[in-house]
Write a protein that binds this ligand. Structure first.
Ligand SMILES: C[S@@+](CC[C@H](N)C(=O)[O-])C[C@H]1O[C@@H](n2cnc3c(N)ncnc32)[C@H](O)[C@@H]1O
Length: 382
């Protein structure tokens, strides 16, 4: 590896780009030993032939054998012990941040979904799924999903294929004691964003008596949690009828009244509420990075000031704007500036009262800043 890559690898960064390879060729999927300038050993990697030349799995030379796989699985599961027993949907392996670059494993009740960022990782990922299966008797089935290019956020994911077991199409999982129906075979689209669990947990003691507007509500996880924890009124808005049908099912599973489930564009709904003089004291806004609707295209980073302003027009004085962005390209500083610009447009002021992170099942390694994508801010409006 060249000097630049050697420096980064020594600091723990696990990726080697093609331009950083000085000498040596390997087939994608081949286990290789990395060497720095002067021949110093930099550890064991799996070669690739795409946008990366290699991903490093251990910083010392050595095989990626069964003993090493069991060590990695034990370390990953040790961290997940911090997720309580009232939760059966969680991430068991979080790629680079668990020293298993390009490999994620989600648990949905008795099912695993193993996702790889490249075909070169399939063999190791399948072996790790086997190790997890041995370590967790509750697991009865697994799916494998191959992401084409994880840098392309707008790219649709191919459907996962069955690795082992014969699981049902949908399973009911628990999150913090509440029940949600998910479809593991839909991979990333299973129906519950587990990186928001810790944020739902934080909010749970703040819903009593609230009038909640949940925009981009998806399958209703925030809405169900708000209602279960004492919100008086919950209005959920999402473009997709199909997601709202799943939200209705999630309310039913928890014996809760669903409130209004509105299938429409979030901006249209906000505009109507403003004109009707309808107000809320909690507005949850967790949009996707990109989307298209009749009302136009939503381009995450650029549109936050307009979205924040529209939310503030229906938020009571003293109400909370609960804003989340999962765009890795948007820094916390830019997120704050976009929200402040939205506040300026409405002559309101916002004060940050809580900043959330994903839970211990979504660790982010400090030497891999790419893993820190989520901004979850709770702001009080004047
Ligand atoms: C990131 S998910 C929201 C996750 C959700 N807050 C949760 O924790 O379950 C984005 C959602 O926004 C919806 N969506 C996309 N564009 C929209 C729009 N213009 N108006 C309303 N909903 C939209 C999608 O259908 C999807 O369900």
């Amino acid at each position: 590896m060249n000097a630049y890559s050697t420096g980064w690898l020594k600091r723990g960064f696990p990726w080697v780009y093609p331009a950083e390879v000085v000498r040596g060729r390997a087939r994608p999927g081949e286990v290789v030993q990395l060497r720095g300038e002067g021949g110093s050993a930099l550890g064991t990697a799996i070669a690739d032939a795409g946008w990366l030349a290699a991903r490093r799995f251990r910083s010392t030379p050595g095989p990626l054998d069964e003993a090493w796989q069991n060590d990695r699985v034990r370390a990953a599961l040790r961290l997940r012990a911090a997720v309580g027993p009232d939760t059966t949907a969680l991430r068991l392996v979080n790629a680079e941040s668990d020293e298993l670059p390009g490999i994620r494993v989600d648990r949905w009740g008795p099912e695993l979904v193993v996702s790889v960022d490249s075909a070169s990782l399939v063999k190791l990922a399948c072996a790790l799924a086997g190790r997890l299966h041995e370590a967790l008797p509750i697991i009865t089935g697994a799916w494998l999903a191959e992401r084409r290019d994880p840098r392309d956020a707008a790219c649709r994911l191919p459907s996962p294929r069955r690795l082992f077991g014969e699981g049902a199409e949908s399973v009911v999982v628990e999150e913090l004691g509440l029940h949600f129906e998910v479809q593991p075979s839909l991979g990333k689209d299973a129906g519950l964003f587990t990186d928001m669990r810790q944020n739902r947990a934080w909010l749970s003691s703040h819903w009593r008596g609230a009038r909640v507007l949940n925009l981009f509500a998806h399958t209703g996880a925030f809405s169900v949690s708000a209602r279960a924890h004492g919100a008086d009124e919950v209005v959920s808005v999402d473009l997709s009828d199909a997601y709202l049908a799943r939200a209705r099912r999630n309310f039913e599973l928890n014996g809760l009244d669903s409130g209004d489930l509105l299938a429409e564009d979030a901006f249209k709904a906000l505009d109507r509420f403003r004109r009707q003089g309808r107000r809320f004291n909690r507005v949850v806004v967790d949009p996707p990075g990109f989307s298209h609707s009749e009302a136009g295209a939503w381009q995450g980073e650029k549109e936050w000031p307009r979205l924040a302003a529209a939310c503030l027009r229906v938020l009571e004085p003293g109400g909370w704007l609960i804003a989340a962005s999962n765009l890795g390209t948007q820094s916390p500083k830019h997120f704050g500036a976009a929200l402040a610009e939205g506040a300026d447009r409405t002559e309101r002021r916002l004060r940050l009262i809580h900043e959330g992170t994903p839970g211990p099942d979504h660790p982010s390694a400090l030497h891999f800043p790419e893993a820190r994508y989520l901004k979850f801010w709770v702001l009080e409006a004047d």
